[in-house]
Ligand binder design. Structure first.
Ligand SMILES: [Zn+2]
Length: 109
């Protein structure tokens, strides 16, 4: 079933295309997958001055998925990098899958 992509002709690919990925880098879990887009979520800690304590907050952002990285799945831990705004909500691009959710079940076919 899996097609091997030898050459990625995606113009908005950070590796093979013209899209310049620069700026901030975040890592998070994929919570939703769309065609050419993923939504990721990660936690950050926020200092509350009044209580002198930290509070956890979740950030969600959308990232573009280029052709050569379409095998990303919900639950994967990925790294995204800031790029130019590609649409109203997308200004990040997926650069690397750090950990697959199904790492132990790779033999399954
Ligand atoms: Zn590519």
């Amino acid at each position: 079933m899996k097609e091997k992509i030898e050459k990625c002709d995606d113009e908005q690919c950070p590796i093979h295309g013209k899209l310049a990925a620069r700026g901030r880098v975040f890592a998070g879990n994929v919570i939703r997958k769309f065609p050419k887009r993923i939504a990721i979520e990660f936690e950050r800690t926020l200092f509350i001055k009044k209580y002198e304590r930290y509070m956890k907050k979740k950030t969600r952002l959308h990232a573009r998925v280029s052709k050569c990285m379409e095998n990303v799945e919900v639950g994967d831990y990925v790294q995204v990098r800031e790029c130019r705004p590609l649409s109203k909500i997308i200004h990040f691009v997926l650069v690397e899958v750090l950990r697959k959710k199904s790492q132990n079940k790779e033999e399954e076919k």
